[in-house]
Design a binder for this molecule. Structure first.
Ligand code: CP
Ligand code: NVA
Length: 300
């Protein structure tokens, strides 16, 4: 049997993704009702973090505990991964011991290489290019608040980064229209954009992207690993803040999402992220429920 990985949203079919979102909603209700459900008893998740994390680490670790399993946090500082042991060897060894592996790293090729040598499923917990787990939570949150996202209009305001790329994948898989407003020099990867078929388009300004949107999404201007570009990026992105005026162009019942951590006064105004249209706390919580659905699906 071939091992299923979750490196991008394209690793699952449209039906599988829809099923996962429904399952996440069920698992959330189960958890809230106090129902003990431990399908992963004695199963172990290995969590490799080469970048910082709050939500991803806590949601995966909590999810495994709630499922009756266990999670091991592995950082390059304290493992041989940080001392140059080849990725292929690390993958071979770790996958003989644990049942599933989650990795947050830099280049997407690294996680691809790891997955190629792993006997167990590998989950992308963020690379420079993609953040698919976040999209599961975002899609669950949209469905919970507004129902089916198919046919809806989504505005991406800001950097053409890992989150933007996963939104492009999601537009195709969940069948919505994505309007991206990004400054020159910070556009999404051309190939990933092209692979979104006609589900993603470039808008000439944030106002154009946000007009009539059902959902407005943004992310930090400088991602992890780009700290030294902060000042240059602040200049390039000055006109790309999600403000109350921008939200007014969207549909009256439009939602606002942000994967977090957020910088109020940079990519988003405090009045927006802390306002009535923002669903960022549900979105963060849903990392837990949607990843539990993913773990259950991949371990089977
Ligand atoms: N959104 C997200 O992935 O958050 P963390 O970096 O805290 O894991
Ligand atoms: N684009 C951000 C997302 C953080 C969850 C980053 O890569 O740092």
């Amino acid at each position: 049997m071939t091992v299923r990985h979750f490196l991008t949203l394209n690793d699952l079919s449209r039906d599988e993704l829809r099923g996962l979102i429904q399952r996440a909603i069920e698992l959330k209700a189960k958890q809230k009702s106090g129902d003990i459900f431990e399908p992963l008893k004695n199963k172990v998740l290995g969590m490799v973090f080469e970048k910082s994390s709050t939500r991803t680490r806590v949601s995966f670790e909590t999810g495994m505990v709630q499922f009756g399993g266990h999670a091991i946090f592995l950082s390059p500082r304290d493992t041989q991964l940080g001392r140059g042991e080849p990725i292929e060897d690390s993958a071979r060894v770790l996958s003989r011991m644990v049942d599933i592996i989650m990795i947050r790293t830099f280049e997407h090729e690294k996680i691809q290489l790891f997955a190629d040598h792993s006997q167990v499923p590998v989950i992308n917990a963020l690379t420079n290019e993609y953040h698919p787990c976040q999209l599961l939570a975002d899609m669950q949150t949209y469905v919970e608040h507004r129902g089916n996202i198919s046919g809806k209009r989504v505005a991406w305001i800001g950097d053409g980064n890992n989150m933007c790329h996963s939104y492009i994948n999601a537009a195709k898989q969940f069948d919505f229209q994505l309007h991206i407003a990004a400054p020159e020099g910070y556009l999404p990867d051309a190939q990933i954009f092209a692979d979104g078929d006609s589900h993603a388009t470039l808008a000439e300004s944030p106002a154009v992207a946000a007009t009539d949107a059902d959902l407005v999404v943004t992310d930090v201007w400088a991602s992890m690993g780009q700290e030294e570009e902060q000042t240059a990026r602040e200049r390039a992105f000055t006109d790309y803040q999600v403000t109350p005026a921008l939200m007014k162009l969207a549909k009256p019942d439009a939602l606002f999402m942000h994967c977090l951590p957020a910088h109020r006064g940079e990519e988003v105004a405090a009045e927006v992220i802390d306002g009535a249209q923002s669903v960022v706390w549900d979105e963060a919580e849903n990392r837990l429920h949607s990843q539990k659905a993913l773990l259950e699906f991949l371990i089977g």
